[in-house]
Design a protein around this ligand. Structure first.
Ligand code: SF4
Length: 219
């Protein structure tokens, strides 16, 4: 099966891929994933130890002045909005879920700042429920390697990956795809010369497709 062969090659390059966001409980994980939107895990890991010390649980975060939350996360982008989301998310956890992070996708996605990708990460990383979160790395890698069509939406990419890979591989495969995309098949300057998947890669066609679509240089 071609998709399993692709996964195996990625696993050989990154055998220890795992969640890179610092967390020690489900609340910290969901907060860290919300904060990671449009910024790097490294940037999030620099602010969360202090944030979690100040606001260790949903009750404390719910009662906090939003400016105090913002002050703790001001080194990352969109921090004002993210501070509001964290307060709203915490309020919902306290009022609707007895201060516990729920495990169902529907309930997770009812929380402020939590979309499909974040819900999938929390389900797979914390609850060990098979899920496949598709972030920018997973999407790019999947399209370059022909596991999804160039014009597929993020949700369609997720559906296709779940159809093409066995359910018991999804949680680890998600991390493997991310590491492969983050450190090898990067958006700019991917390491194609030493890539074991070079012969099946559709990067050139994907780049041409994106260039046609936008008229600007692809990234
Ligand atoms: S050949 Fe290059 S673009 Fe294609 S999968 Fe490998 S690193 Fe990525």
């Amino acid at each position: 099966m071609r998709s399993l062969m692709i996964l195996k090659e990625m696993e050989d390059l990154f055998p220890n891929a795992q969640c890179a966001l610092y967390h020690s409980n489900a609340f910290e994980l969901v907060v860290a994933v919300v904060l990671s939107a449009q910024t790097t895990d490294e940037a999030v890991n620099k602010i969360t130890p202090h944030l979690f010390e100040r606001f260790p649980d949903p009750e404390t975060m719910m009662q906090a002045d939003v400016n105090n939350i913002a002050n703790c996360i001001k080194t990352i982008g969109l921090y004002h909005n993210k501070a509001k989301m964290l307060k709203g998310l915490s309020t919902s956890l306290v009022q609707n879920f007895h201060s516990e992070v729920p495990s169902s996708k529907k309930h997770l996605m009812s929380l402020d700042g939590v979309g499909r990708k974040t819900a999938n990460v929390v389900q797979s990383v914390w609850f060990d429920i098979p899920a496949f979160a598709v972030d920018t790395h997973v999407e790019r890698v999947s399209k370059r390697l022909g596991l999804a069509k160039f014009n597929d939406t993020v949700e369609t990419v997720e559906i296709k990956l779940k159809r093409k890979l066995p359910r018991d591989t999804w949680n680890d495969a998600h991390h493997t795809f991310i590491f492969f995309g983050r450190y090898h098949c990067k958006a700019r300057n991917p390491q194609c010369d030493e890539c074991p998947l070079k012969t099946i890669c559709k990067k050139d066609k994907f780049d041409a497709y994106k260039k046609n679509l936008t008229g600007i240089k692809p990234n």
